[in-house]
Design a protein around this ligand. Sequence first.
Ligand code: 9MR
Length: 480
Amino acid sequence: MKSKNSLFGFLISAALLNAGLTSAFAADETIRSLAEERGRFIGTILNSEWFNDNIEPEFEQIHKTQFNVVVAENEMKFDATEPKENEFNYTKGDKMIAYAQANNIRVRGHALAWHSQVPGWVNDYKGQKEKLLKVLKNHIDSVVGHWKGKVAEWDVVNEAVNDEYNAGWRSQGSVWYEGIGAEFLDSAFVWTHAIDPDAELCYNDYSLEWGMRENSKASFVVEQVKRWKKNGIPITCVGTQTHIEIAHETTPQNVRDFAKALAELDITLNITELDIGFPKGSAGSLGAADYAKQGHLYRQFMDVFLEEPNMGEFVIWGLTDAHSWLDEQQGKTEGLLYDKQYKPKPAFDSIMVSLKSHPASEVKTPYTFKKDTIPSDTTVQDTTVKDTTVRDTTAKDTSNAIMKFTGLQKLSMHLAGRTLFITGTSAKPSTVELFDMQGRPVFSTKCEKGSIDLKHTAEGLYVVRIRTGSTSYMQRIAIK
Ligand code: 9MR
């Protein structure tokens, strides 16, 4: 398939070079629709200028047409949502949620526990472990609770690994690590899950695209994910921010290797903040070959994304070069898909070429359900977690927090041969639904007796959802 794709890509790319900066594709064909057909999400941020109603009208028009997952550039961060202790401000975040719901866009929440953009009042508690634990828990309870069911995925912890060549936890400049220790990460995941059990929970960081060599950030994160999985910490995804430059040609392959390592652990890898900048000094002197090279890198990332079955979201940190942190803070420029006049660059076309070169039938999705197929009342009700105790799991296998977490699932199922046994539904008959791995319904039935006969179901992987009252439980099964 690779060589066929490359040939197709080459022919289209050649046509695009002739077409200059304007997209060569039909106006009604969008990267969003192509991603959706493949069960994947492509997204970008809503810049702070959008929240302040200070952005060109083209921005929103393109945003909702071309993207189906969104992140707030700054407005869901700690300093924005809890500027004063226990006084929460959800106005801007709510504005984004309303926009996302109106346009059927998935929402990523960014970010709960991060050392940066923490308000001064938190830093005033520096070194006070018990107080900081309470502050972090209260923040997570309130923020995740406020947007429960509306935020599909949280960056629970952001940038907790240091920048040394000998990767370890960021031990300096983090109020959370310095005051609490590494257990702040474990606790943040457990607390977030306790409030919104349906949300996907990510660890997110930069420089993860630099390969899996010994002592690298990526290897360190893989080791931590192994520990979290072993200890029952409810992490479901890792985010590789991937802020790179045009010269970083090895990074797509590194991201592929990283995805494969995480697939072994049943973890989704998302690209969460991609931009591919040119050195700032090159502004004004960039030509067609430069933009083609940028497009080629974008395409390589999209190829990796579509070919690795455990990748779900491809998020770019900005829509237009007119509004980008690269120019303001990074000494880089022009790293996005649209130029300063909102014209699609060759990078846009390259992404489209990649999507079209990977037929929907061949792209797997890590999502067993698309969000809009899930009724709103499917949250698992839990009352056992109010007094969650925090323990350090960095060296041990169990903790009180985890024991309580595993107790969440009142419904359960197991497959014996072709019979699916369901427990925990004695109060009412439950509805049992079977979906294929693309999220398409196969059948739905009532379970009166506690078991379902699957002898007429074809072999393969499925997802079963049991619902009883307002409680639901989902599990993947393999029918052989
Ligand atoms: O784009 C964001 C910029 O407006 C803020 O000034 C900056 C402050 O930290 O954060 C930027 O977003 C960052 C994101 O939250 C985390 N990863 C790095 C992003 C770029 O700095």
